[in-house]
Ligand binder design. Structure first.
Ligand code: NAP
Length: 390
């Protein structure tokens, strides 16, 4: 990256920056896609005494004159042979920024667009931020990476001016559910675009100390047969491989089944524990520390993300019900034991007493006093009742 004085470019590239009134405004522009454009220094001085300095600053810094006749072709060729990608991140929130850092670290060119203004964060990371998706698509990124919330992804995808992209652009998503983005990609993207669905199974919190051995799930939903397209998909996957991720290829449907039973349960437990407002104590056990970490790992994610895990994974509801049943079963087990203890305390060694007490109760009240799981007890009681009636 090189820092240019005000580069003559689309005014929408960074309107926030162009609104400033400083004498020299700088933009961070990756050198390999703006090298041949004119660069000026812009000045706004209020005092005539500044004129000589102003004229001096209004010189042309670079021109694209006298380039060889096939300069553009050479440039394109050089880029297509390069192992570096131009990646456009759509949705530059928590996770989009987290991924951008790794992309930049590995030498890729990163563009970003988001609903909110992240231009200064982008600039600090070395990312070119675009307020307008038309401008972004006209940069012809190799990869469009959707990092939007699960629930907003379809409307964001539909709003992209995909006609401005190169015909075989690779679309990738990192949503935490997989069948849903696969289906909307297939539904909304013309068949000449490539599709790679992926899910890095970690986030800014769990991946803050590196990605070594963290799982990266992917499904090559539709990649064209040409060598350049196959290579491009591999180059994108290599980013995660290079960081040490455990690469797991599986279908989107398989992912959603596994993820509902693991990730959704993890997030649900984290959110339940968060509601308990657990605090550290002077006698924390290792297990308790694990619970506190679980809250940190899950509660810092947006509720949109958690809600998306539930709404857009058809297996999530079943897991929620299983969780409910498991909790009820556990409570019954505990209360069953409690019932036994209480009975012993109340009646000592006399086993006849509870039966007699129960026998005197109206029939509808008897069952509610019995432990649900002890059908044996029920039989004994019924026998007793029969005996008593006799
Ligand atoms: P998130 O709350 O799931 O998504 C936030 C992003 O979505 C922001 O970029 C936000 O844009 C955008 N967004 C939300 N509503 C929008 C709308 N109505 N229109 C346009 N954009 C909208 O939080 P996240 O953690 O950044 O996750 C992003 C994606 O990565 C999700 O699909 C998530 O499943 C996936 N993922 C996250 C993690 C993780 O640990 N966080 C791990 C793996 C995968 P603005 O900020 O500009 O408003």
């Amino acid at each position: 990256m090189i820092s240019f004085p005000l580069v003559q470019s689309s005014p929408t590239l960074n309107p926030a920056a162009s609104a400033t009134s400083t004498a020299t405004r700088t933009f961070l522009i990756p050198h390999h896609y703006h090298t041949h454009k004119l660069a000026f220094i812009s000045s706004q001085f209020s005092h005539p005494a500044d004129l000589p300095r102003r004229l001096n600053r209004l010189r042309i810094q670079a021109i694209d004159a006298a380039q060889s006749y096939n300069y553009e072709a050479q440039l394109v060729n050089r880029f297509s042979q390069s192992t570096k990608l131009k990646i456009a991140i759509i949705g530059f929130g928590n996770f989009g920024q987290f991924l951008a850092k790794a992309f930049i670290r590995q030498g890729h060119t990163v563009f970003a667009h988001s609903r909110s203004d992240y231009s200064s964060i982008a600039q600090s990371l070395g990312v070119a931020f675009f307020f307008d998706t038309h401008d972004l698509c006209e940069q012809h990124p190799d990869v469009i990476l959707l990092c939007t919330s699960i629930i907003s992804t379809e409307s964001v995808l539909k709003s992209l001016p995909i006609q401005r992209l190169r015909r075989n652009t690779l679309f990738v998503d990192v949503l935490s559910v997989k069948e849903f983005p696969k289906n909307i990609f297939l539904q909304h993207l013309p068949s000449h675009f490539d599709i790679l669905c992926s899910h890095p199974m970690f986030g800014p919190e769990s991946g803050k100390n590196g990605w070594q051995n963290l799982a990266f799930v992917f499904d090559k939903v539709r990649i064209g047969n040409e060598k350049s397209r196959l290579t491009r998909a591999e180059t994108f996957l290599d980013i995660f491989k290079n960081e040490g991720c455990r690469m797991v290829e599986m279908t989107c449907a398989e992912h959603d089944k596994y993820a509902a039973g693991s990730q959704f349960i993890t997030h649900t437990m984290g959110r339940i524990l968060e509601k308990l407002q657990l605090q550290g104590t002077p006698v924390n056990t290792k297990g308790y520390e694990t619970l506190l970490n679980l809250v940190d790992n899950t509660a810092s994610d947006s509720f949109d993300l958690y809600y998306g895990l539930f709404m857009y994974n058809k297996n999530a509801m079943e897991q929620l019900e299983r969780l409910d049943l498991a909790f009820e079963a556990l409570k019954k087990e505990l209360f069953g034991h409690l019932h036994e203890v209480l009975r012993k305390q109340l009646f000592g060694k006399s086993e006849e007493s509870p039966r007699l007490v129960l026998a005197k109760l109206p029939k509808k009240n008897r069952t509610s006093l019995l432990p649900a799981s002890t059908s044996e007890t029920e039989t004994v009681v019924n026998n007793t009742l029969v005996n008593n009636n006799n």
